[in-house]
Write a protein that binds this ligand. Structure first.
Ligand code: UT7
Length: 321
């Protein structure tokens, strides 16, 4: 394949310092370490400090990705931030991040696709890259879900955490990104949402996450298989060509079911959910960064990134490392 493609040349991530364990959570809400680990494998999650916003987490992850890429922030032609927990209603977190990086001029915008946000943002960046006008693009997933949880609702508060992950894309004659497939079905909006809005200077509705866990579980397992197969078909590859699967990190049972359907052993799946919990748009780039830095992902390997989240939205990006 020749032409214009996107290659990831740097990855970075950041987790807030404070760790909240299941045991600590059990002291404030009616749950137990045993229940949480059995149903999800989650042992702990990171929680942002009061002064830390999504852009602060994004800044740390971006600096690390730029460092690995070996380029100065001034070289960036575009910044896309995927977040469901922006610093404020506006300006966009991407603009705030741009300013914190000490740069200006290049376009910067947010993508709101909940847990699929990073995959959506990466696919969007690839389209910009293919236009030929851009050479370096920063794509970030950054979330502070701790701010939108009902800490008395044991059905949801045990599942999420805060964090950020980032990648730097570079224009390349060889891929890089081989295929990206995105989908949404708004008729499922009600099974996972934060149903609050700003109206007349106040928040109306309930600005905290609510979820029908069972419905989300079933939906996720179905579409994560479908969209992975779709991306393989676009790239002309087989299931057996996947070297690494990096799925959205929500629940180990969803991940295991997806891997099984794709005929992959769990040794070829990157998982961080036990330590990070569900960090929404940050989960895929956090897991990617971990596997790149510890040397599991090697040049020439095929990596399948995929996610599903509120909207409902889902998508996959298949790339050659
Ligand atoms: O990014 C996408 C976002 N979300 C997801 O991907 C989540 C998808 N869903 C799931 O991961 C699972 O459905 C959950 C982990 C949320 C729940 O697991 P489950 O095996 O489907 O449990 P359940 O909802 O059927 O609940 C079983 C029981 C209930 O008690 P009763 O009614 O049987 O007496 C719950 O009230 O477990 C209870 N329960 C808890 N108990 C202790 C629910 N949450 C908790 C808790 N601690 N944290």
């Amino acid at each position: 394949m020749t032409g214009i493609h996107s290659r990831i040349i740097g990855t970075g991530s950041y987790l807030p310092e404070k760790i909240l364990t299941n045991a600590e959570l059990s002291a404030t809400v009616d749950t137990s370490d045993e229940w949480i680990q059995q149903r999800t494998v989650i042992r702990q999650r990171h929680i942002a400090a009061a002064h830390e916003h999504a852009s602060d987490l994004a800044l740390q992850a971006s600096r690390r990705a730029l460092e690995m890429a070996g380029i100065a922030a001034e070289k960036l032609d575009l910044i896309i931030v995927a977040t469901t927990t922006p610093d404020m209603v506006f300006p966009g977190t991407a603009c705030i991040l741009q300013s914190k990086l000490g740069i200006h001029g290049m376009p910067a915008f947010d993508v709101q696709a909940v847990c699929s946000g990073f995959v959506y943002a990466l696919a969007t960046a690839d389209q910009f890259m293919r236009s030929g006008q851009y050479e370096h693009i920063l794509v970030v997933g950054a979330e502070v879900y701790s701010r939108i949880l009902d800490w008395q609702d044991r059905g949801t508060c045990v599942l999420f955490g805060d964090g950020a992950g980032a990648v730097v894309l570079k224009r390349s004659e060889a891929p890089g990104i081989l295929a990206s497939c995105l989908h949404a079905d708004g008729s499922y909006a009600g099974i996972l949402s934060v149903p609050g809005s700003v109206c007349g200077g106040a928040v109306s509705g309930r600005p905290l996450l609510q979820m029908d866990g069972t419905a989300v579980f079933k939906f996720a397992v179905r579409v994560l298989e479908e969209v992975a197969l779709e991306a393989l078909a676009v790239a002309g590859l087989q299931k057996s060509d996947i070297d690494w699967l990096i799925p959205h990190q929500a629940n180990i049972r969803i991940i295991q079911a997806t891997a099984k359907k794709l005929g992959l052993s769990m040794e070829r799946v990157i998982t961080t959910v036990d330590r990070h919990a569900n960090t929404s748009a940050a989960s895929v780039p956090l897991a990617l960064d971990e596997a790149v830095r510890d040397g599991r992902i090697k040049p020439g390997q095929h990596v399948m990134l995929e996610a599903v989240g509120g909207g409902f939205t889902w998508g996959a990006v298949l790339l050659k490392w």
